[in-house]
Design a protein around this ligand. Sequence first.
Ligand code: ATP
Length: 328
Amino acid sequence: MNKSFKKIGVMTSGGDSPGMNAAIRAVVRTCAYHQVQCLGIYRGYQGLIEGDFKEMTPRSVNNIINKGGTVLKSARSQEFRTVEGRKKAYEQVKASGMEALVVIGGDGSFTGGMVFNEEFDFPVMGIPGTIDNDIYGTQFTLGYDTALNTVVDAIDKIRDTASSHNRLFFVEVMGRDVGHIALNAGIGAGAEEILIPEEDMGKDRLVESLKRSRKNGKSSSIVVIAEGDTTGENVFDLKDYVLQNMPEYEVRVSVLGHMQRGGTPSCFDRVLASRMGVKAVESLLEGKTNYMVGIQNNKMALCPLDKAVKGKTEIDTELLRVSDIVTI
Ligand code: ATP
């Protein structure tokens, strides 16, 4: 380690995701391991502006590895988007003795970290915490695996009703710009169709495909749709269209919503969070700044924050083919 920081801050920012607490715990304990003090910053950048800090010790993060949400709370701060806001934040940081910052959040939070780094030459390290898995430079973000399990579990339950009543269910899942959750949870839950923003299936092909399923002897069907999909105006519009063309079906819509964000983190997310927390602090101590910690081929890897923010993640098109084959 070639840097001798005395104090490192950690915050969670933007939308919460399961695994954030496990990451906070890992950051706090890695700091302690290297004899660095750790300051918890409450409510993201708004807490940074207001000096809402609390010293964290290895014992202050007992029993949080298994908890969803974030003990540090999260917030979106308009004030931090202004130069004045960031100046206030820097004054607080200076007064507290904080010398580097770990930001656990999504691309907006990383953009805030980069701006802060540019303006004040302040060392920043990002940890990707978002259920959408839409951050470039890492194969997995914190909370994604837990969200997949939550969605699969919910669809399994919906399927019980669908098959008991010969119904067609549209299940809307999170994913404004990307279809990772829809595609993977859809395959995992055996959905007949998966609609994602990356691919416009068209309403007519959807109806044709559902008719084919019916002809092949399927009496109920599940269609998983990402919230950002553009096949119809929205999931209710699609439901109406299918009803007009397949009046023999009873069609229902289930929007899973925020339940996808909560819950106990999966073992995968806890391990990932622990690895990312250790890597984030140790990278700062090695003198690295303005990076995000990611995972590639099961190895920790750093990605420059600007690339993480600007880059686009891609869905695995092989999965679309797999879905087509296994739902025949
Ligand atoms: P999610 O993926 O859940 O949306 P996120 O980290 O992308 O998480 P945002 O609301 O986009 O969430 O950003 C979190 C916070 O980061 C903002 O409330 C703001 O304080 C800060 N931030 C975002 N963009 C900028 C920017 N261009 N300049 C300064 N601060 C920013």
